[in-house]
Write a protein that binds this ligand. Structure first.
Ligand code: PGA
Length: 249
C-alpha cells in the first residue's frame, strides 16, 4: 500500500513570523493525519519552520536546490546546505522553475541524483502545457520528462522518488484536471516506469497530482486508484484550508 503524501508548495510567500503562525495553527489540525504532511517553504523560512515543527508530524521541504556542493553560483543553495539544517524534502523541476529560470530535463536529472546521494526526498514535477495538451501530446511530453529525469537512477532511487504530475494549465488557474484524466495520466506514468524499472518499482513509486487542488476537490482526486496525494500551491497558504486537504477523507 502506497502512502499518500500531501505537500504544500508555498512558492514565494510567507515571512518567518507568518510561517510560524501558520505552523502553530496547522499542527493541532493535522496531528492525527494518516498521510505524510509536508510544507515546502522559502529558503528564509526553512530554519524557523524546522525548529517550529520539531514536535509535530509536519515535515519540511525546500523548493529547489543546486546539484553542486559549493562554488561560484551566486544566489544558489546546495543540497548539502539543505541537508545540514535538517531539511527532508525538496521540490525539483517545478514548471515555474522550468519556465522562468532555465531548469531543463538535464538539470532536473542532476539535481535528482544529488538529492538521492544526500538522502533528501525529492518531489519531481512533470506536466504538459495547454498547447501540448491541445495538440494531443500530453502523454508523450510527460513520458520524455520522466525518462530524462530518472535516467541513470538505481531502482531503489526511483522507488524513493516522489513524482508530481502537474499539468501546467491547471497550476494557479483554478482549472483542475478531472479526476479521471489525472488518474489516467498518472497510470500512464506508472506504466512507463514499469517498462523501464519493473512492476515492483512502479507499484511503490508515489505519484501525486498538482494543479488547483483545494479542499473541495481533494477527496475526489486522492481517492482515485493511482493518485497518491498532491502538491498544493495556493490552497496551502491557509492553514485551515490546507488541513482540510490533508484530512480529506
Ligand atoms: P496551485 O499550484 O495549487 O496553486 O495550482 C500547484 C503547484 O504549482 O505546485
Amino acid at each position: 500500500m502506497r502512502k499518500k503524501v500531501i505537500a504544500g508548495n508555498w512558492k514565494m510567500n510567507k515571512l518567518p513570523n507568518e510561517a510560524m503562525e501558520f505552523i502553530s495553527e496547522l499542527a493541532p489540525l493535522v496531528k492525527s493525519a494518516e498521510n505524510e504532511v509536508v510544507l515546502c517553504v522559502p529558503y528564509t523560512d526553512l530554519f524557523y519552520s524546522l525548529l517550529h515543527t520539531q514536535d509535530t508530524n509536519i515535515k519540511i521541504g525546500a523548493q529547489n536546490m543546486h546539484y553542486e556542493e559549493k562554488g561560484a553560483y551566486t544566489g544558489e543553495v546546495s543540497g548539502e546546505m539543505l541537508k545540514s539544517i535538517g531539511v527532508e524534502y525538496v521540490i525539483i523541476g517545478h514548471s515555474e522553475r522550468r519556465a522562468y529560470y532555465g531548469e531543463t530535463d538535464e538539470t532536473v536529472n542532476k539535481k535528482l541524483k544529488k538529492a538521492h546521494v544526500l538522502g533528501l526526498k525529492p518531489i519531481v514535477c512533470v506536466g504538459e502545457s495547454l498547447e501540448q495538451r491541445e495538440a494531443n501530446q500530453a502523454k508523450e511530453i510527460v513520458t520524455t520528462q520522466i525518462k530524462l529525469a530518472l535516467e541513470g537512477l538505481t531502482n531503489e532511487e526511483v522507488e524513493k522518488t516522489i513524482i508530481a504530475y502537474e499539468p501546467i494549465w491547471a497550476i494557479g488557474t483554478g482549472k483542475t484536471a478531472t479526476k479521471e484524466d489525472a488518474n489516467e495520466t498518472i497510470k500512464w506514468i506508472r506504466e512507463k516506469i514499469a517498462q523501464i524499472y519493473g512492476k515492483e518499482v512502479a507499484e511503490s513509486v508515489i505519484i501525486q497530482y498538482g494543479g488547483s487542488v483545494k479542499s473541495g476537490n481533494a477527496k475526489d482526486l486522492f481517492e482515485m486508484s493511482d493518485i497518491d496525494g498532491g502538491l498544493v500551491g495556493g490552497a496551502s497558504l491557509d492553514a485551515k484550508e490546507f488541513a482540510k486537504i490533508v484530512n480529506y477523507k
